[in-house]
Unconditional design. Structure first.
Length: 192
């Protein structure tokens, strides 16, 4: 069976409730605070129901006017539109519908675990194409659980992939500790 992110999210959209990991939102804000201005343009890929935009609006005045959301799932986009009043752009998961270096920050919150190994480098290269500065990533990253994870939880060698796609790591965080290991990672990566 081949994993198809669009089909997965279209079928799961109605029941999905986004909340994120509170520590990850704190990590995001820690990374944004030094670089966000009243002109910063943000692209949120795979925004779910738009809960991150709603949280950022509580902290950054006017962020909605400079915030774009984009999703592969028409059903998730409809849910996001209902929740935020903004319709995300739809894309094919290959080429983003934006010009080169058109955003300061790209957000990939729980997105990369849905990108298949044969597509991960191209996906990050496309994100690199549209960002001027940085990408903030939160994702599942626990090699100890790889065999028991869901079919959509792809394990990638992120650090090597970041280097191969022209990024350097500016910050790294570990979150969701279970036993002696952390289940998730957050990275702020910037164009090298």
């Amino acid at each position: 069976m081949v994993y198809e992110p669009k089909s997965y999210w279209d079928s799961r959209a109605e029941a999905w409730k986004g909340s994120g990991v509170p520590q990850e939102f704190d990590n995001l804000v820690e990374c944004l605070d030094p670089i966000i201005t009243d002109k910063t343009k943000i692209l949120d890929l795979g925004p779910g129901d738009g809960h991150i935009l709603l949280k950022l609006e509580e902290l950054y005045e006017g962020v909605r006017d400079r915030y774009t959301m984009c999703d592969v799932s028409t059903e998730m986009a409809a849910k996001c539109t209902k929740n935020t009043g903004i319709a995300p752009d739809i894309w094919d998961g290959k080429k983003l519908p934006y010009p080169n270096v058109s955003y300061d920050i790209v957000l990939l919150l729980s997105v990369l675990l849905h990108v298949t190994p044969d597509n991960i480098k191209d996906f990050l290269l496309e994100c690199r194409r549209v960002t001027r500065k940085v990408i903030f990533i939160s994702t599942w990253h626990n090699p100890d659980e790889a065999r028991t994870a869901g079919a959509h939880c792809f394990q990638h060698n992120y650090k090597d992939i970041f280097l191969e796609t022209g990024f350097k790591i500016a910050a790294e965080y570990k979150t969701m500790k279970r036993g002696s290991s952390y289940r998730r990672r957050n990275w702020l990566i910037e164009r090298a």
